[in-house]
Design a protein around this ligand. Structure first.
Ligand code: NDP
Length: 318
């Protein structure tokens, strides 16, 4: 088999895709690797014909599958059905077309949101299907869980190495900074910048007490490169920072206030919902395979993200 790898990254223009692209640029593409980062402009993956046309054009040997309708708590609560249907359609098209075009390896991206709501901590990879997910994101969660079902099926029936990673809360440049339909950390960043500009108080939604294991998109990008090249197990692997690095939303907000240089009043709107109180995951499998990986300290990663936000008003999704 030739060493040439033609790598198609679906959802390549989003937060995670940009993190992978930055990791490739930082270390320089390896010899024989050809990268294609695509967006919905290159083909609407809800559509079977458009999906096949994209595969026909690029002829990938490897696929990193990121494309999805993604949102935080508030978007999920409002659009569970749409998110379930659209993401299931995209996943079915991308994975079955990969099989049809003889793609050697597919790495899809699951999320720690999809784990059972009632569980023991820390959560590990073996627990995905052990009970219903949190009701706030049931559509997103079930569509993601079915990727794992497909991967197992393609392996058992066709010997394919189609696998997945489970990422925790990702943030970084090119995130969706809209507080209504994006994730918590970019939402806090946007609100802090707006409050600073307008001279208003900075409002944290919810009690601030839920705890999250945030991961910087550039770290996730570096880990994706390793997965693509070295990880050949079909079962998923959690890509999360160490458990001790989990922080509360309030602590995250404090880091944002510092990074943005916001000096005004900070208040909490406890009429807004919290979502799951914690989702602590174990990265023991990752640490067993890659013990020396260094995560960027969260303070530095938040500062870099805020600096990117301030320097790129034309690129910020809000
Ligand atoms: P973004 O919203 O930043 O990016 C989504 C990407 O998917 C964009 O490139 C978008 O293209 C593409 N896309 C959406 N709909 C379609 C479509 N119909 N056809 C083709 N492409 C489409 O998402 P993230 O980078 O945050 O997420 C990437 C993956 O990582 C997702 O699978 C997500 O579930 C997973 N993940 C994300 C986490 C997070 O905290 N953000 C946590 C865990 C997992 P366009 O811009 O043209 O619309």
């Amino acid at each position: 088999m030739s060493d040439k790898k033609v790598i198609l990254v679906t959802g390549g223009t989003g937060l995670v895709g940009r993190g992978i692209r930055a990791a490739v640029e930082r270390e320089g593409p390896r010899e024989g690797e050809q990268w294609h980062f695509v967006s919905s402009q290159d083909g609407d993956l809800r559509d079977r014909d458009a999906t096949e046309a994209l595969f026909d054009k690029i002829r990938p040997t490897h696929v990193i599958h990121l494309a999805a309708l993604v949102g935080g708590l508030f978007r999920n609560l409002k659009y569970n059905l749409d998110i379930y249907r659209i993401n299931s359609q995209i996943n079915e098209n991308v994975i079955s077309t990969s099989h049809k075009y003889n793609v050697q390896k597919v790495v899809s991206c699951l999320s720690t949101c999809i784990f059972p709501d009632k569980t023991t901590y820390p959560i590990d990879e073996s627990m995905i299907h052990n009970g219903p997910p949190h009701d706030s994101a049931f559509g997103y969660s079930y569509s993601k869980r079915m990727i794992d079902v497909q991967n197992k099926g393609y392996h058992m029936q066709h010997g394919r190495t189609y696998t997945s990673v489970i990422a925790s809360n990702v943030f970084g440049p090119y995130d969706n900074f809209n507080p209504e339909n994006g994730h918590v950390l970019p939402g806090l960043i946007r609100k802090a910048f707006d409050a600073k500009a307008d001279g208003n108080p900075f409002v944290i939604w919810g009690t601030g007490s839920p705890r999250r294991q945030f991961i910087y998109s550039l770290d996730l990008g570096r880990l994706f490169l390793w997965i693509l090249r070295e990880y050949n197990d079909v079962t998923p692997i959690i890509l999360a920072a160490d458990e001790e690095s989990e922080i509360s939303i309030k602590e995250a907000a404090d880091l944002v206030v510092n990074a943005v240089g916001f000096k005004g009043e900070v208040i909490q709107d406890t009429s807004k919902p919290d979502g799951p109180l914690k989702k602590t995951t174990s990265n023991a499998k990752l640490r067993r395979l890659l013990p020396d990986f260094q995560f960027t300290p969260i303070k530095q990663a938040i500062q870099e993200t805020c600096d990117w936000y301030a320097a790129n008003p034309d690129k910020v999704r809000k």
